[in-house]
Design a protein around this ligand. Structure first.
Ligand code: NAD
Ligand code: DAU
Length: 335
């Protein structure tokens, strides 16, 4: 159920994979809500992800960067924005290792601009979509709770942690009503094929090698994107300002298991697996303790991994035109 006081929502990064799924979720489940999507359409932004909602009376797309303070201030005023959900980010760890500057620019400075303009305009709720990677790497036991100290290891996670600290400071210093979520690894429809699961599905479908970093025994906790969207919606409407909420899928798996499952689902040979050089600073294991959001907001992940991965493989098989346009670069001509 929506908090009726929050009807006009600015979602940033809505043309990315989680953002697009979240906009569909909001518009479908909250008939009283209007969504403005601010997205720069970087390489990761794809308006084809939002094709089914184009022209919808409760949805508007605006192309622009979250660091553009005039644009952000104008949009918040003009659209009478009551809540901001910040998903806009550079999101890929390997790219952050190759070139960290843009991660500082978008993930840190962009978040600061959004926070500041939203605060000045009297926005009622600000949800920062963060990541479990800010907590760093785990050994074989234990899991991250909301009070685990932040210890990021990649330029990506360092920038996300920097943004989290700014969000915290805006709550503590100005009393600005912020919320932070920290979710584990997403998978599902519309995910850009640089991330493990879609990359492996597309490579396997095309009989290409599947590059597994190191020994393939790094562990991630996988969550189907629709479960993440449901959790975001609960935190947005019902979360306690100033609080952090962990979100996880209860599906810890080593990368090698993921790759093997994908090959099996596609009926492709395991011989496509190639062990390649490890990612520098590669976090060994993430695991989320999501008991707080379960206890306080009643959220639980509905998608078992086996069902979610089968659905995801089917989605990429059924949407060949979508990913072929990404591979050819034609998706960037859509706008
Ligand atoms: P994505 O890379 O698929 O999408 C990011 C979107 O942000 C793109 O549409 C891009 O065009 C837009 N963007 C980038 N820079 C921008 C800027 N300066 N101004 C406006 N828009 C900009 O990312 P995703 O995987 O959908 O992740 C979304 C958010 O969720 C990110 O903040 C990420 O840190 C966080 N997150 C991701 C995961 C995951 O597993 N993918 C898990 C937890 C949290
Ligand atoms: O945990 C949440 C995070 O998950 C998000 O905050 C990030 O935005 C998102 O990109 C993701 O980060 P990871 O680095 O965990 O995801 P990625 O898909 O890049 O890699 C998952 C695991 O698979 C990781 O251990 C590295 C490995 N990997 C990845 C690729 C792309 C491979 O072995 N081979 C590959 O080609």
């Amino acid at each position: 159920m929506s908090n009726t006081a929050v009807n006009s929502i600015l979602v940033t990064g809505g043309a990315g994979s989680i953002g697009a799924n979240f906009i569909y979720y909001l518009v479908e489940k909250h008939p009283d809500v209007r969504v403005v999507n601010l997205d720069a359409l970087t390489y990761a932004g794809n308006l084809e992800n939002l094709k089914e909602i184009e022209g919808h009376p409760r949805y508007r797309f605006v192309r622009g960067r979250i660091q553009d303070n005039k644009l952000v201030a104008g949009l918040i005023r003009e659209e009478m924005i009551e809540a901001v959900v910040n998903l806009a980010a550079e999101s890929h760890v390997d790219r952050s290792i190759a070139g960290p500057e843009v991660f500082v620019e978008t993930n840190v400075r962009g978040t600061l601009v959004l926070l500041d303009e939203a605060r000045k305009a009297g926005v009622q709720r600000f949800l920062q979509v963060s990541t479990d990677e800010v907590y760093g790497s785990l050994g074989p036991d234990g899991s991250f709770t909301e009070s685990t100290p932040l210890a990021p290891n990649s330029p990506y996670s360092a920038c996300k942690a920097g943004a989290d600290f700014l969000v915290r400071a805006y709550y503590r210093t100005y009393g600005f009503p912020t919320l932070i979520t920290r979710c584990s690894n997403n998978y599902g429809p519309y995910q850009f094929p640089e991330k493990l699961i879609p990359l492996m599905i597309l490579n396997a479908m095309q009989d290409k090698e599947l590059p597994v970093y190191g020994d393939g025994m790094n562990v991630r906790d996988w969550i189907y994107v629709k479960d993440h969207c449901a959790a975001l919606s609960m935190v947005l409407f019902r979360g306690k300002p100033g609080d952090v909420y962990n979100i996880g899928g209860n599906a810890e798996k080593p990368n090698l298991d993921i790759v093997r499952i994908i090959l099996k689902l596609l009926g492709k040979p395991q011989s496509l697996i190639r062990f390649v050089q490890d990612r520098p600073g590669h976090d060994r294991r993430y695991a989320i303790d999501a008991s707080k959001i379960q206890r306080e907001l009643g959220w639980i992940p509905e998608w078992k991994f086996e069902k979610g991965i089968a659905r995801t493989v089917e989605w990429y098989m059924a949407n060949r035109a979508w990913w072929e346009r990404i591979i050819s670069g034609d998706y960037q001509k859509y706008y």
